[in-house]
Design a protein around this ligand. Structure first.
Ligand code: B16
Ligand code: MG
Length: 218
């Protein structure tokens, strides 16, 4: 049987935590008198906590001390943690369990490839941790997306060559990372934002078992 490596991003692909990141960043930015749009928020998706704060400060033309920077990162994460503490399996995005189960039934190696340092907590909360053969997250990488490191480590852990891996991503940075890892990138979201992905779907309800079979057998 053919074996491909299937790598899932977390925020915005498996669960809609992107909205919680947005809320927490927006609140923090407001406290600094910085406003940013939903369009600008696209640039924060898939990007590490540290890089996200750097971007927000640049948009607001603000310079702060290192101590303040670290305090703000903690503040943002505390608010984010308060949102995810309320999460349960209802927040898994439509058809994600079907796709995961189909791949597992077909004995395809499945990994997580997320920039989030909270990834394991979230997977546990929504009851999906056991589905993953490998979990690579923000604690395991030194270079954030769009660097391909997170996906290359996932491929290595699955013992599958990068060119035989398929990545599901909702972010501009993540699709770039998958492409530079020479993996097949599948954008989950808007075509006008994720046009650089090999395929784009609005969500997993549009991904048929037939399409998954083609990915496995190609
Ligand atoms: P944390 P993903 C990314 O997760 C998010 O898209 C991004 O908005 C966030 O800043 C980053 O994780 C770091 O998250 O603050 O929880 O460590 O989309 O790569 O699963
Ligand atoms: Mg994401």
């Amino acid at each position: 049987m053919n074996k491909k490596g299937f790598i899932f991003d977390l925020d915005g692909v498996i669960v809609d935590t992107a909205k919680y990141h947005f809320l927490a960043w927006q609140r923090l930015a407001k406290s600094l008198d910085i406003d940013f749009t939903e369009e600008e928020n696209e640039q924060l998706k898939g990007v590490s906590r540290e890089k996200s704060l750097e971007k927000i400060l640049t948009w607001g033309n603000k310079t702060i001390s290192e101590t303040q920077f670290n305090e703000l990162m903690v503040k943002k994460n505390d608010e984010y943690l308060s949102y995810i503490a309320e999460m349960d399996s209802d927040e898994v995005l439509p058809d994600v369990p079907r796709v995961l189960n189909t791949l597992i039934k077909k004995q395809q190696p499945v990994s997580l490839g997320s920039a989030s340092k909270n990834a394991r907590t979230i997977l546990e909360r929504v009851g999906l941790k056991k589905h993953f053969m490998a979990i690579v997250d923000g604690n395991d990488v030194s270079k954030a997306k769009p660097d391909p490191e997170v996906f290359l480590i996932a491929a290595e852990q699955l013992n599958v060559k990068p060119e035989n891996c398929i990545v599901f991503e909702d972010s501009v940075a993540g699709v770039k990372a998958a492409n530079s890892a020479k993996m097949i990138s599948i954008g989950i979201g808007r075509k006008d934002v994720l046009g650089h992905a090999k395929y784009v779907f609005n969500d997993f309800t549009e991904i048929s078992d037939d399409f998954l079979n083609k990915l496995i057998n190609n």
